[in-house]
Design a binder for this molecule. Structure first.
Ligand code: ASP
Length: 358
């Protein structure tokens, strides 16, 4: 017969053992998230804590970014890789191909549940949309950055990174395509855009709406993307080492043919015309666009306005001109879809279908 004291000690040990096992099980249950670091302001440093402009982007390494947010360990088993260390205005097609291939390799591994990509904010929406079209997995891929450098008072990088890791490890994020996590909000790659040069609320999905919020240590969804993405696209970059040259010509009052002519002479295979209004074509530019099309260059009409559907056969007779309408894609995202489209076809009807699909 056990004494009451011995029974109490036995009970105490049994409880401690159960608690320890429970804690272990919880750690083992945490998702595995890989952070791929590419640079940007989230990895930037300024000379003082109040330096929020005139700082240097892309100086802090991925391990330091992770160390700065110990809370990450509570929501995921995090590993980091430094893929590039650049300001995102220097992001190029070759960077995208390298990044996409690495993401696809990692997501094919059973021990990777999601990916976070730290990135400069200037071209984050472009990298996000490119990956949205070429990642071959339904696992979450989340881009994150910061509007203030890591050394600033109220730097937004650490909380943004925490939210991004939370999202990349969330089962609710599976199948939602590539996302952007900024300022406590979740945005879809296709529709998000940077709308402010410097404030922390720069990323918005105007009109079409963001996907959700972060609150109470949870990623909360209210919408989901409708356009096809990731595992459901027809694009495959695994064998590509370059992308077709596609450039953007901007529309404005008094515009002439110089830029279009120069881009075609420089070898563009496709041109995005970022027209005024609903993609209107100035009379002085139209002959150059027609001549470019006659040479085989694919012309996509987009708008510099930022909202709304670019109406096919609206401000121009696209059927007669054999041009393509960008639908709701902004010019910089239309450029990405056209580059990928040109890896598959030169047929404008097929390309128009892609613009209505992705
Ligand atoms: N120029 C920086 C970049 O895009 C700005 C930022 O990250 O916010 O890398």
């Amino acid at each position: 017969m056990m004494s009451p004291a011995a029974r109490f000690i036995n009970l105490l040990f049994a409880t401690l053992l159960l608690l320890a096992l429970g804690a272990h099980a919880q750690t083992a249950k945490l998702p595995n998230v890989t952070i791929l670091a590419t640079g940007g302001t989230i990895a930037g440093t300024g000379s003082t804590s109040t330096t929020t402009v005139g700082y240097t982007a892309a100086t802090v390494g991925v391990q330091s970014l992770i160390k700065a947010v110990p809370e990450l360990a509570k929501v995921a088993n995090v590993t980091g890789e430094q893929v590039f260390q650049i300001a995102s205005e220097n992001m190029g097609n070759e960077h995208w191909l390298t990044l996409a291939k690495r993401v696809n390799v990692l997501l094919a591994q059973a021990n990777v549940d999601g990916i976070v990509i730290t990135h400069g904010t200037d071209t984050m929406e472009e990298t996000a949309y490119f990956l949205n079209l070429v990642v071959k997995s339904r696992k979450p891929v989340v881009l994150v950055g910061a509007m203030r450098p890591s050394t600033a008072l109220s730097a937004d990088g650490p909380i943004n990174l925490y939210n991004a890791v939370l999202l990349a490890g969330s089962p609710d994020a599976v199948g939602k395509g590539v996302m952007v996590a900024m300022n406590d909000q979740i945005h879809a790659a296709r529709d998000v855009t940077k709308t402010n040069t410097s404030t922390p609320d720069a990323f918005k999905t105007p009109e079409l709406g963001m996907l959700g919020y972060f609150q109470g240590n949870r990623a909360l969804f209210y919408h989901q993307p409708i356009r096809k993405h990731t595992a459901d696209t027809e694009f495959d970059v695994s064998a590509l080492t370059s992308l077709p040259q596609v450039d953007i010509a901007y529309g404005y009052a008094n515009v002439g043919p110089t830029v279009v002519d120069a881009l075609v002479a420089a070898g563009a295979k496709g041109l995005i015309h970022a027209g005024v209004g609903d993609g209107s074509l100035a009379a002085k530019v139209l002959p150059s666009l027609k001549a470019a099309r006659a040479k085989g260059v694919i012309i996509v009409r987009a708008s510099r306005v930022g909202q709304g559907i670019l109406a096919r056969n609206g401000e121009a007779n696209d059927d007669a001109l054999d041009f393509v309408a960008s639908d709701t894609l902004n010019p910089q995202k239309a450029r990405i879809l056209l580059m990928l489209a040109l890896t598959k076809t030169n047929n404008t009807r097929d390309i128009q279908r892609m613009f209505y699909t992705y």
